[in-house]
Ligand binder design. Structure first.
Ligand code: THU
Length: 138
């Protein structure tokens, strides 16, 4: 796809709020929903899924990455992440790296009252596929 699809932030927030209701978060009590606009115009969503081991918990953005791959791949151009109260939640550090696999630094993320922020601003100097290829021993 050559043209970037228009970003309907209200639709992204709505989809994120809807999927947050399906989060499995019995340990933290923090339900999270994420909705991403893909470069072909579709929206993919994910929610957090906690685990009794705590450390095996997966974030809502991981769900987005899985849904993206499972429904045909593509590049993420915009993302909204909300907690169960419906308000913006900042993607954690691990999720910023997960998202960077499927998005360019100019991908935009809803930042609530602050407007939007780019992934590049949240994760400057990210380690990516090019670094991996360049640093292999052989
Ligand atoms: N969580 C997410 O789903 N995404 C984030 O970016 C931050 C944190 C989840 C993980 C855990 O289930 C709960 O929020 C509390 O940390």
């Amino acid at each position: 796809m050559t043209e970037t699809p228009p970003i309907d932030w209200e639709a992204l927030r709505r989809r994120a709020r809807e999927v947050a209701a399906h989060a499995y978060a019995p340990y933290s009590g923090v339900r999270v929903g994420a909705a991403a606009l893909v470069d072909d115009g579709r929206i993919v969503v994910g929610c957090n899924v906690e685990n009794a081991s705590i450390g095996l918990t997966t974030c809502a953005e991981n769900g987005v990455a899985s849904a993206l791959a499972a429904t045909g791949g593509g590049r993420i151009v915009a993302l909204a992440v909300v907690a169960g109260d419906g308000d913006y939640l900042a993607p954690c550090g691990r999720c910023r790296q997960v998202l960077s696999e499927f998005a360019d630094p100019d991908m935009v993320i809803d930042a609530g009252a602050d407007g939007t922020v780019t992934l590049g601003a949240l994760l400057p100097g990210a380690f990516g596929p090019a670094d991996l290829a360049a640093r292999r021993d052989a």
